[in-house]
Design a protein around this ligand. Sequence first.
Ligand code: FAD
Length: 135
Amino acid sequence: MQTQLKQVIYVSEKIDTSSDSLTDIYDISQKNNSEGGISGCLLIGSNSYLQLLEGPDSAVENLYSKIKMDSRHKKVKKLFERNIEEKLFSSWSMKFAPFSNIEWGDKEFDAGKFQNISAAAAVKVFKSIKEMIDG
Ligand code: FAD
């Protein structure tokens, strides 16, 4: 039987905003995610993170539990969770997308403040990023 794939999107508020912290998160994500068959995208806003995680059901659950406990951010709120047939970011163990590179035509959003984003808008954001990557 094939492993069930799952996708989770959450939003959180940054606490530690140093670039060292981001480098640490980047390094551990590349290592752990490729080992666990996880891919995804982390959108780095001015005061918040918006992250899509996808991969084998249990690996995504475990990772989300770890991330939720991480003291480098707070108010971690799951926006979206669903079983998927196919990954959106299959070639990225974790794509880091600094917000300044992206324009959405929405004032709040363009300031990189994602806390109040709806689940539907978050899904749309990641689909747009995927389209940008694919060209
Ligand atoms: P550990 O050996 O527990 O830690 C690995 C390294 O991270 C060590 O150098 C340790 O000092 C440092 N570290 C761990 N926790 C903290 C902390 N709370 N504060 C400061 N430094 C710490 N991890 C992933 O594997 N994949 C992801 O996609 C991912 N995305 C993240 C997104 C965000 C916004 C944040 C805040 C964290 C994310 N993390 C991610 C990190 C995750 O929360 C765990 O820290 C990491 O998975 C622990 O990995 P480990 O148990 O293998 O390593």
